[in-house]
Ligand binder design. Structure first.
Ligand code: DP6
Length: 362
């Protein structure tokens, strides 16, 4: 599919006057990371992620038809019960980017009511869950205008729109594993939207656990746009993009075969490479905190002592995602409680696991 396939044409708004739609959309955690993009939100390499469940955004989009299509976008944002003018520029930019694909948006006034299941300043990015939830609500409107569209088109276009809001949001529509970015060994993979991992997933990777340790809940040190831009002219950029493509090939096999030892090695290497890219860019950033490293050391020690398949991954921040198979849940929870929580801010953490993707809420 190309961009042109996502342009809504020949629609009639008479039947769509007012109403609302709600979606609960999850966060996701990348195993092979997206770091580096070109305009408009095209990834420099394919990425793959686990779709989470407990970390999610609930968004209700209320719409009301305007007397006349307006020159500007009419919307308000209510975040966790409070009107938030400071959220508007990001949404405005998003609406501008998607307008040619959903041209009806200027004919409506919107109230976007949104809330996260996780604390706002937890260092957990809400852009993936937030943008995907909003894109899904808009797709409900499109479906009203064009009831013929298939579930597959609905999801692909939702992911396509979400991507234009935030790249990683393209991976928050479906589950449990999503690939975004073209890769020659993954049929139908695309730079424009995420697709469900198209192969069989080994049972060991079902209901995979992700306990997020909140090491530093402060504001992001580097915005994602600034971060991705660091890959322009980065001395190791081409090697990195090539490595990511190779890691997708390797991970595709690992996920089908259930090779946990190789999974651990690859996933940790991806996390550290992401941080290595930031440490070697101009300007450079150190986003790990001393406690991030302490946790990493403890995880490695535990693995050595017990033969566990526990591993870690990182986002562009100091928090640690602890990943492990469901069968180790009890023992690893004990380990986390006894040994890792001491390194978290106010001992805070979130238990999550992989799931099937966004849910419509009635
Ligand atoms: C480190 O999706 O937040 O989490 O496209 O600029 O919104 P924008 O960036 P964003 O980048 C996520 C980067 C990452 C890795 C990943 O999720 O793949």
């Amino acid at each position: 599919m190309t961009e042109k396939d996502f342009i809504l044409k020949d629609f009639d708004l008479t039947g769509l006057t007012s109403g609302s739609f709600s979606w609960e959309s999850p966060s996701n955690i990348a195993l092979v990371k997206y770091w580096g993009k070109s305009d408009p939100q095209i990834p420099k390499n394919p990425s793959i992620s686990f779709t989470l469940n407990n970390c999610h955004t609930l968004t209700t989009l209320e719409y009301k038809k305007n007397e006349e299509p307006s020159d500007d976008y009419r919307f308000e944002v209510i975040f966790e019960g409070k009107k938030r003018g400071d959220f508007k520029p990001k949404i405005e930019k998003f609406l501008k980017r998607i307008e040619s694909y959903v041209p009806f948006i200027r004919s409506y006034s919107f109230i976007i009511k949104t809330e996260n299941s996780f604390p706002h300043s937890s260092g957990i990015a809400s852009s993936a869950s937030g943008m995907s939830a909003l894109a899904l609500c808009l797709m409900n409107m499109e479906k009203k205008l064009n009831p013929e569209i298939t579930k597959e088109y609905f999801n692909r276009k939702a992911s396509f729109l979400a991507r234009l809001g935030s790249g990683s949001a393209a991976r928050s529509i479906e589950g449990e594993l999503v690939v975004w970015g073209e890769h020659r060994e993954i049929p139908e993979s695309s730079d424009l939207y995420g697709i469900k991992f198209p192969f069989k997933i080994h049972p060991d990777f079902r209901n995979y656990q992700d306990t997020i340790l909140l090491v530093d809940k402060g504001q992001k040190q580097v915005s994602s746009t600034l971060g991705h831009n660091l890959m322009i002219d980065h001395p190791f950029a081409e090697q990195r993009f090539d490595q990511a493509r190779k890691n997708i090939s390797a991970l595709t096999k690992i996920l089908q075969e259930g090779n946990l030892k190789s999974f651990v090695k690859l996933v940790e290497s991806e996390a550290l490479t992401l941080h290595a890219m930031m440490m070697t860019s101009d300007p450079n950033f150190i986003l790990m905190k001393p406690n991030t490293l302490k946790i990493i050391e403890k995880i490695r020690e535990y693995r050595k002592q017990t033969g566990s398949d526990i591993c870690f991954t990182l986002d562009a921040g100091a928090n640690v995602h602890v990943l492990f198979p469901e069968r180790e849940k009890e023992s690893i929870n004990t380990f986390i409680n006894n040994e890792l929580l001491a390194f978290c801010q106010k001992k805070q953490y979130i238990c999550d696991h992989t799931d099937k993707g966004a849910k419509e809420v009635n």
